[in-house]
Design a protein around this ligand. Structure first.
Ligand code: PLP
Length: 524
């Protein structure tokens, strides 16, 4: 291996010197080609030796299955190999840098996993008597306290199971608060153009009319346009901060004050909290609700690796409307589970339940482990290093790729580029596919929508400089090919198990059910 200016590169034969023969299997050493499970197994065989069923009279009253179920039979080792081979075709944060913007694909510390697997956390059942799960409730309660401290808010609803679910929780709390004030007639939620797609989706799902607020040329909310639109029909505004252009929204306090002055509420999308954790308390912006993606900021595995968790911090005004159930510490120091509304306490107006039980216990344990092992100084450094790494990428590549907001000053935790300057006929998609050949998961593409052919790169703080240099080298090389009109890029990826797929066809005419080729042919 050699180290050069753009990080390490393996020694490789010169282009054209690859005279490798085709193999009998189609495999290339440990790069194993794997067919569909229906092609490996057969519906005629079974992986298990079961004795023939004794003949008898069916008691299913005509509901017995009339034809074969059609599932392939495989033995245990065949099944293991099939799924293990498929899993090796996955990209994972444990394999390499995962630059997917807006997703905060950071390393998941092994200590988190060790704690989450302790039997007292891993083996508890949500219906166990409260007395037997005091430790688990203690974890939920302590994590809740840290989330309140870090955000400077009044309370937190722990049960939502992902960011988008948290958004729904926040908007339902706002709806309940407006109803309680007799202001249920407010039907509009304002959403800036730079918002994550889940924001308008949540507002619409909760029954509100969504109105877009344009972005300024600098990639931030057009504050004047937003202030001008405020009025008695506005229930809330939903703002992502830092926003999806990777920039900090500076006018938050002005906006919250103005929204409150007209009787509305402020929802802040906190999915990008990684950029400001330990540096800024969103409560100081005057917001009313914000979800935190534990699976982003607080390093619980996600993206196929585990479930999400989206606690929602609430202002004092919204706290009485928080969902049930929640964990409360009693005067005797024990934890209680509050499951019902009760007029006497401070939660008479809960809007109801979001989930069957208490939320994602495994994620709570991981997130609390992460917070405690980093400490206040460590969390602050997380934000600083995440922002530093993104700015390093922005400044290293702005001469190669067009960076639309480079003049707006430093970015936060993600660097945004556009397709401006690529050769005619070459697109962001070609750059993304080229990165696959380089062994990287592509960055987020065509998002945010305010930038044409957007490429949003989020390195996170857990990458080394050598790792980031290697990524920069790869992206620069692919971008140069796209600018030079290198035709081989149009058919990339070349080294992936499957090459360029027809994505339009896949989206418009998805084949969702496997049909046995012979039968399918006979049926046509
Ligand atoms: C990831 C993300 C969401 C949605 O979170 P999920 O956990 O995927 O539901 C919302 N907004 C922003 C800005 C995000 O990055």
């Amino acid at each position: 291996m050699t180290i050069n200016a753009s990080g390490w590169r393996p020694e490789r034969p010169e282009a054209g010197a690859d005279t490798a023969p085709a193999t009998f299997t189609g495999n290339r050493a440990l790069m194993l080609d794997e067919p569909l499970i229906f092609e490996v197994g057969s519906t005629e065989t079974t992986g298990v030796d079961l004795a023939d069923v004794p003949t008898g009279t069916s008691r299913l009253g005509g509901l017995e299955r009339a034809r074969e179920i059609g599932l392939p039979g495989l033995s245990e080792p065949e099944t293991m190999r099939h799924y293990t081979r498929l899993s090796r075709q996955n990209y994972a944060i444990d394999l390499g840098l995962f630059p997917l913007g807006s997703c905060t694909m950071k390393h998941n510390p092994r200590l988190n996993e060790k704690m989450a697997r302790l039997p007292g956390f891993a083996d508890v059942h949500p219906l166990q008597p409260v007395d037997t799960v005091q430790g688990a409730f203690g974890v939920i309660h302590e994590l809740a306290e840290w989330l309140i401290t870090l955000t400077g808010m009044h309370s937190v609803a722990m049960s939502p199971k992902a960011g988008a679910h948290g958004e729904l929780c926040g908007i339902l709390a706002i709806k309940a608060a407006l109803d309680a004030k007799g202001e249920g007639a407010r039907k509009v939620i304002l959403v800036p153009e730079s918002a994550h797609g889940t924001n308008p989706a949540t507002a619409a799902f909760a029954g509100y009319a969504v109105e877009n607020i344009p972005a300024s040329d600098a990639g931030r909310i057009d504050t004047d346009a937003l202030l001008a639109r405020l009025g008695p029909d506005v229930a809330a505004v939903m703002i992502t901060n830092p926003n999806t252009c990777g920039l900090f929204e500076r006018d938050m306090k002005t906006i919250s004050d103005a929204v409150h002055a007209v009787g509305g509420f402020v929802y802040c999308d906190g999915a990008n909290f990684n950029a400001i954790v330990g540096k800024v308390r969103p409560g100081d912006f005057g917001i009313d609700a914000m979800h935190i993606n534990l699976h982003k900021t607080f390093s619980t595995p996600h993206g196929g690796g585990g479930p999400g968790s989206g606690p929602v911090v609430l202002s004092e005004a919204l706290s009485p409307f928080a969902p049930l159930p929640f964990v409360a510490r009693q005067a005797d120091g024990k934890f209680a589970l509050i499951e019902e509304e009760s007029a006497g306490d401070d939660h008479p107006h809960s809007f109801g339940r979001m989930v069957a039980f208490h939320g994602q216990m495994g994620m709570f344990t991981r997130a609390l482990t992460y917070i405690l092992s980093h400490g206040a100084d460590g969390l602050r450094q997380v934000a600083e290093d995440a922002v530093l790494n993104a700015n390093y990428i922005l400044r290293s590549l702005e001469g190669t790729l067009h960076a639309p907001f480079a003049a707006s000053g430093p970015c936060m935790h993600e660097a945004l580029f556009s397709d401006d300057g690529l050769a005619d006929g070459f697109s962001t998609l070609d750059v993304a596919k080229g990165l696959i050949d380089e062994g990287f998961h592509p960055m987020t593409v065509y998002f945010p929508l305010v930038v044409h052919g957007a490429m949003l790169v989020e390195p996170t703080e857990t990458e080394s400089k050598a790792g980031i240099d290697q990524f920069i080298g790869a992206l620069r090389s692919v971008a140069e090919r796209a600018k030079a009109g290198d035709a081989t890029l149009k058919t990339a990826p070349h080294f992936a198990p499957r090459s360029r797929l027809d994505e339009t066809q896949a989206a418009r005419k998805p084949v969702l059910v496997w049909r046995e080729p012979v039968l399918a042919a006979a049926a046509e």
